[in-house]
Design a protein around this ligand. Sequence first.
Ligand code: NAD
Length: 383
Amino acid sequence: MTRRSIGIIVNGVTGRMGYRQHLVRSLLAIREQGGVPLADGTSIWPEPVLVGRSENKLREIAERHGLTDWTTDLSAALARDDVEIYFDSQVTQQREKAIRRALEAGKHIYTEKPLAEDTEGALDLARAARAAGVRTGVVQDKLFLPGLRKLKRLIDGGFFGRILSVRGEFGYWVFEGDWQPAQRPSWNYRSEDGGGIVVDMFPHWQYVLQELFGRVRTVSCLTATHVPQRVDEAGRSYPATADDAAYGIFELDGGVVAQLNSSWCVRVHRDELVEFQVDGTEGSAVAGLRSCRVQHRAVTPKPVWNPDLPVTEPFRSQWTEVPDNEEFDNGFKVQWEAFLRHVVADEPFRWDFLAGARGVQLAELGLRSAREGARLDIPELEL
Ligand SMILES: NC(=O)c1ccc[n+]([C@@H]2O[C@H](COP(=O)([O-])OP(=O)(O)OC[C@H]3O[C@@H](n4cnc5c(N)ncnc54)[C@H](O)[C@@H]3O)[C@@H](O)[C@H]2O)c1
């Protein structure tokens, strides 16, 4: 098999997402499986160039994985001809300027979400990428989760009839950092550092809603900072200035109403950290990260409201598990493979910078809706 090597800058590889999901679970996993096979027998072979600010951390990661190509000099990495792709998983605030440099160097770009800090910045990047004639992609990993893939299969198979509503519950308790360390980086809780749950989660909700149920037409959102003081990685107490919970209602094309709660201040009494209940005229489903259960109209029980009697129906056990019927790979890796085929073999890839800009737009308008106490229209974005 012929190998087609492709140099990829991985900027932000020392971070949570950059290391675990993008380097280890995607790029290195692709190498372990022998590359990304193409129809002509060629195999795309990623050659990661680790980029970051700390020599020690980069050297340590490189040695752990038998890699040798790392640098703290982004300009030098961007100047290399064998590097064709720039990938960014830095903190969000650093992203826009770094991507701009990579565009000037003529690289194809793949990036974590959110693409930029505001819609104008995201659209500017999309326009600059189009002018540079390069390929772009933004991570939309939730689409590749087994639970959501099964949900999509049910939609495509006409299971629901007319879909009426979607109710999503996302979240878990993120420790304050005092008596137990927080399990997320502290910048997430400071708006001045690009944090906040709206900025973090609404880009995901935008593509999940659009790809599964229909374009998001309006947003109404209430945000809260339930935990106002937290303790950072160095043990210092800091004021949490960003929203740590968002209660959103979205109207979609076709009249579907989606209601999504996102919170880092809830304790989980669910089967998974995210769950979506979809109700349709013919049936309903509850999908999580991995599992998906359904109840059809024909087997729907008929509960009668009577608080004087104990519950007699085992509601949860009246649902049926949707079978896998296929093998599900890591979602980040599946999307990386699609992007690499897009760059090397010209295969279609629709999760580009314009798609990423829609996610930024929903976050921006969600925050504005919360500030103004208003329901806001989501205008269609154009380049
Ligand atoms: N797709 C997803 O499900 C998902 C999940 C979590 C985070 N993310 C996104 O990934 C990005 C990184 O998030 P993370 O959780 O890995 O964060 P992290 O704090 O663990 O990593 C941040 C990275 O940015 C680097 N960095 C560069 N300049 C920096 C600066 N000035 N200050 C601080 N760090 C700097 C850090 O060295 C580190 O490598 C964010 O944009 C976030 O929105 C995506």
